[in-house]
Design a protein around this ligand. Structure first.
Ligand SMILES: [Zn+2]
Length: 437
């Protein structure tokens, strides 16, 4: 699927080798867990146009995509740093391979959410899946390499170049596994930012500080900070002063204003998410005692996505928690009386866009179980009465309607018992719900 370009590989490879050798002198100073050096390439910006086509030149105020690739990749060399073909001049440094991030889907979603917060004022959309080729994107590969992790490599992340003014929006960079959502997000931010033309600064609160871990949650800060050459914070003249001096004196950088200049203001997420109830089916008649799964699928155009989810049973909230995009199963065992019932699922995406889904189903009577006998429905009807019209109209032709309506009047005292039992069951089991895809 991925082709290694063969045009002019010798000249490309030679440049890459020379560059990398220069860049990977041992990291300055002792390395400890709280202050991993985020090694920065000290070598010359990549030569564009040898052996590959020059990508479109980025312009100021051009939104971009930050693709956080947690899935690993076999890297290609001899083709620059184009993420569309998993190209990197640093390929051999990583044994030609980045392994998938070891964290699960929810850890990935948490890192992406943290990244989104960091770039929330800018025209940068953060997603965890590969964009189409024609949409400019920077790719940060997040994971350990075939060689190892932070300890083996001696750095937490690396970018192949400082691309002043983001003249090439398509560049691959790397963030090794650190542990800690915010620290990981900082390294990802920083490597992407190098490929956008931002340099290291002497401000621990800024995403471009050359060591991670000294500040709980660095941001792109709106201040002119001294550009530094290394993790010892030795002052540097800076490489991209044509951009820096639009906001600061030469040798200083305002990360916030540069991000705003490069990408423009935020692109609001005003696309509603989607939620479907996949099981039970609409109008299903289920056996009593209840023993089934409520299966819900959540999705959004910006994945991974974390949703606030509320599940209501007959109008009463039985679960309120955070879930990521995917299909989730909530086992339901007992606690429901015969009759018509409604599940309603209400969600909000990270931007607060709402969506909902509703499902009516029936629990059949079962004379063999006292809780499921014909009469039990009149006690349980109280839970059913809360959602009122919806259930009644669906059930209208079935003959169950009358019982539900009756229960709605007379069952208040009896209702909480069933509702509580059910609620507890769902809460406990809800915590076990797993992402299915
Ligand atoms: Zn750096």
């Amino acid at each position: 699927m991925v082709k290694i370009r063969t045009l002019g590989p010798l000249s490309c490879a030679a440049i890459a080798l020379g560059s990398v050798r220069a860049a990977y002198a041992a990291p300055a100073g002792p390395v400890d867990w709280t202050g991993r050096p985020i090694t920065d390439p000290a070598y010359e910006p990549e030569v564009i146009g040898i052996g590959h086509t020059q990508p479109p030149v980025g312009a100021f105020n051009s939104p971009t995509i930050l693709f956080t690739n947690f899935d690993g990749a076999d890297l290609n060399s001899g083709c620059g740093n184009d993420p569309r073909n998993n190209c990197s001049v640093l390929s051999f440094q990583f044994g030609g391979k980045i392994l998938p991030f070891s964290g699960d889907a929810s850890e990935r979603a948490a890192i992406v959410q943290s990244l989104r917060k960091d770039v929330e004022d800018f025209g940068v959309i953060v997603i965890g899946e590969r964009p189409p080729d024609n949409q400019p994107y920077a790719m940060v590969l997040v994971g350990n390499s075939a060689i190892g992790g932070v300890n083996e490599h001696g750095f937490a992340g690396v970018a192949p170049t400082i691309d002043c003014g983001n003249s090439n929006p398509y560049i691959t960079s790397f963030a090794l596994e650190l542990g800690g959502t915010n620290a990981q997000a900082t390294v990802i931010n920083q490597e992407a930012a190098h490929t956008w033309g931002l340099e290291h600064v002497n401000n621990p609160a800024d995403n471009l500080h050359p060591t991670a871990g000294g500040h709980p949650d660095p941001k792109y800060t709106d201040s002119c900070d001294k550009i530094v050459a290394n993790t010892d914070l030795d002052p540097s003249n800076g490489q991209c002063n044509a951009v820096h001096t639009m906001f600061c004196d030469a040798g200083f950088q305002n990360s916030y204003q540069e991000m705003l200049l490069l990408f423009g203001p935020t692109i609001p997420d005003d696309v509603a998410p989607s939620v479907t109830i996949d099981a039970p089916g609409a109008g299903d008649v289920l056996d009593c005692p209840a023993d089934f799964e409520l299966v819900v699928t959540l999705d959004d155009d910006r994945r991974p996505q974390t949703f606030s989810v509320r599940i209501l049973f007959d109008g009463a909230e039985v679960l309120s928690s955070l879930y990521i995009d995917g299909t989730h199963a909530f086992p339901i065992k007992g606690g429901i009386t015969p009759g018509m019932h409604t599940f309603r699922v209400e969600i909000e995406d990270e931007a607060g866009n709402p969506a909902s889904a509703e499902l009516d189903f029936e629990l059949a009577t079962n004379p063999a179980d006292p809780m499921c006998a014909e009469g039990a429905g009149s006690t349980g009807g109280g839970t059913g009465a809360t959602d009122g019209g919806g259930t009644a109209s669906t059930a209208g032709g079935s003959g169950e309607d009358g019982r539900g309506a009756e229960g709605g009047c007379g069952c208040r005292s009896a209702a909480p018992e069933g509702a509580v039992a059910f609620g507890l069951g769902l809460f406990v089991l809800g915590a076990l719900a797993r992402r299915r895809r």
